[in-house]
Design a protein around this ligand. Structure first.
Ligand code: SF4
Ligand code: SF4
Length: 146
């Protein structure tokens, strides 16, 4: 991020959604759950396949871990970071995400215009496939609905 907007509320370190079955954590985007990060987690509640966890190093609102894993020191680096209410990064992440969504909407508009041509030649088909591949890249974040 361009600036450190962290207000040290500690919210990102509690109720972290984790899919233990598929070894995924919904933190700085959807990330593989590595052993370093897994070792910090204390399960708090569960809904279907998602377990909400807090970090064992979170003391009141403060991180007490002298060796924070990379996932923590980088957070939030992705426009798909899971941002909690009150997080100082909300505005920046929101605008980055909107920027990506606008690009995807533009690609979808272009696909519609290509598909409405009377004849779709091979080059146009390639272009449609290329655009669709980019849209699909963000599918896990809901790009089909943007
Ligand atoms: S939720 Fe945001 S503001 Fe709060 S500690 Fe985490 S990064 Fe900082
Ligand atoms: S190590 Fe610190 S920054 Fe990382 S999740 Fe735990 S409390 Fe938060």
């Amino acid at each position: 991020m361009s600036k450190n907007f962290c207000n040290q509320c500690g919210e990102c370190c509690r109720n972290i959604p984790v899919d233990f079955e598929n070894q995924l954590v919904f933190f700085d985007g959807i990330q593989p759950l590595n052993e370093d990060f897994k070792s910090l987690l204390i399960p708090v509640s569960k809904t279907k396949n998602i377990t909400f966890c807090s970090c064992k190093y979170l003391l009141i609102n403060k991180c007490t871990n002298p060796n924070r894993p990379e996932m923590c020191t980088n957070y939030p680096s992705s426009p798909f970071a899971y941002i909690k209410e009150g997080c100082g990064f909300y505005g920046e992440i929101f605008s980055k995400l909107e920027h990506i969504k606008q690009k995807i909407r533009k690609l979808k508009e272009e696909i519609i215009s290509y598909e409405s041509l009377p004849v779709i030649d091979k080059d146009t088909q390639k272009l449609i496939a290329h655009h669709q591949a980019i849209i699909n890249k963000y599918k896990q974040y809901g790009s089909e609905l943007w």
